[in-house]
Design a binder for this molecule. Structure first.
Ligand code: UD1
Length: 421
């Protein structure tokens, strides 16, 4: 079992080129199934979740390969309809393959990814929408069997009770080759949804309204879709993580290849900590103040363009040593404060009150041995370790590797002392 050893307390300075976005690359790999051809994905992050997605594609009959930040997937022969339980369990977002397989083959057999990482993650909205599109669904224990009797889904007018990212993706994937038009009201507006739609349009799909909360998908005949070459957008959450590293440890950095507009809901909060920031085109310059200030307003996680739930843990790690008290309110997931125990072990003062986390800034954190609880929680521990006095050892780092390309090398480019053993 590998672990990260961090010698903290050093000012950081350097430049990072942002990796491609996990949360758009995953649904885009699922979408490649609809193209029945060769898709080349540039700037595809080399992280374990992406390797899991490529194992799923291979198991369905596709051929995937990676070289130098580019993934190639040939899905011409990918007529498989079943994802084995073990592959479904490797990665929670495997559920997005459901809409893509259904859209391509008219049937699929998947299972609900188990475990409790962030709290309950039901898929009732996904299933209800697919049913409205003509799918018969049988659930048996954890296994889900979906079948469209005519072989091809039919368009539907849908209104989501909540702008769920995963449900929006599954509906889009099922609707692309459906008969007729699908309208998704209250659709998720996350930039990664727009990236998925951009990819599908490059393959011949007819989608409009993404990013505005009302998406229209005009179903096209399956043979109209073709492979393409597409560049995955930058990862706004990895960007937030590296900015928080420098904000917490003190110093300055240049973040290149950043999606500055999409990062705005995070950047506007980070700026309130007293960091000076400047965005020009695809670059963010950040210089931290002498000591961070607490954020005055409640930091409420919300669907985009609200403050992202994925950035909650990393910003919290930075605010543990800010001057004053910051309050987070997690509204998306009911179990997303598991990292706070590790932060407390490192000297942070955090109280959980219902959905809120009250963070009273302390002068300094100290190193400790901690265990990564989940992907972003683990990244928060790296941030805390870099700013802490002494040595921090992080175990269970497979969680971190799911979403960050060699986080220790990124930290080293900023001058951080992090090694993997
Ligand atoms: C969520 C985040 C996404 C983040 C990802 C990984 C939001 C809106 N979504 O996406 O930004 O990148 O986690 O951390 O911030 N829900 C249901 N029934 C459903 C589907 C969802 O009740 O069928 C509920 C969930 O329990 C949760 C909320 O809706 O409380 C958000 O779900 P959703 O956006 O679907 O989650 P993810 O797609 O995992």
């Amino acid at each position: 079992m590998q672990r990260l050893i961090i010698e903290g307390g050093k000012r950081l300075s350097g430049e990072i080129e942002l990796q491609g976005c996990k949360n758009s690359a995953l649904p885009i790999m699922a979408a490649a199934l609809l193209c029945r051809g060769r898709c080349v994905l540039r700037h595809c992050p080399e992280i374990t979740d992406i390797y899991s997605a490529s194992r799923i594609l291979n198991c369905l009959g596709a051929e995937c390969s990676f070289s130098d930040g580019t993934a190639a997937a040939d899905t011409a022969a990918a007529d498989g309809t079943e994802i084995p339980d073990a592959l479904m369990r490797e990665m929670r977002s495997s559920i997005v393959f459901m809409g893509a397989i259904l859209g391509r083959c008219g049937e699929c057999r998947v299972s609900i990814p188990g475990g409790c990482e962030l709290g309950a993650r039901p898929i009732d909205m996904h299933l209800s929408a697919l049913r409205r599109m003509g799918t018969i669904i049988n659930e048996d224990g954890g296994s889900i069997y979906c079948r469209i009797p005519s072989g091809r889904a039919r368009g539907a007018r849908l209104t989501l009770p909540f702008p769920s990212v995963g449900a929006t993706e599954n509906i889009i994937l099922c609707a692309v080759c459906a008969e007729g038009t699908t309208i998704i009201n209250n659709a998720a507006r996350e930039p990664e949804i727009c990236d998925l739609c951009g990819f599908l349009r490059s393959c011949g799909a007819e989608i409009s309204g993404d990013g505005c909360g009302r998406i229209t998908v005009e179903g096209v005949p399956p043979e109209k879709l073709h492979g393409c070459t597409y560049t995955i957008m930058p990862d706004r959450i990895a960007g937030a993580t590296y900015l928080c590293m420098v904000a917490a440890a003190g110093g300055e950095m240049i973040l290149k290849n950043a999606c500055t507009a999409e990062m705005e809901p995070f950047l506007s909060v980070l700026e309130q900590t007293g960091c000076s920031m400047c965005c020009t085109g695809e670059t963010v310059y950040l210089r931290s103040g002498a000591r961070l200030r607490a954020v005055q307003d409640r930091i409420r996680t919300m669907p985009h363009p609200g403050f992202p739930t994925d950035a909650q843990a990393v910003l919290m790690a930075a605010l543990t040593t800010a001057e004053g008290t910051s309050v987070f309110e997690e509204t998306i997931f009911d179990c997303r404060y598991r990292h706070t125990e590790a932060l407390r072990k490192m000297g942070a003062e955090i109280d959980i009150v219902g959905r809120a986390a009250v963070v009273r800034g302390v002068g300094r954190l100290h190193g400790a041995e901690v265990s990564a609880t989940d992907l972003r929680g683990g990244a928060a521990m790296v941030i805390a370790g870099l700013s802490a006095e002494g040595t921090t050892i992080i175990t269970d780092i497979s969680h971190i590797d799911r979403g960050y390309e060699k986080i220790e090398e990124a930290a080293a480019r900023l001058g951080g002392r992090v090694r993997r053993e």
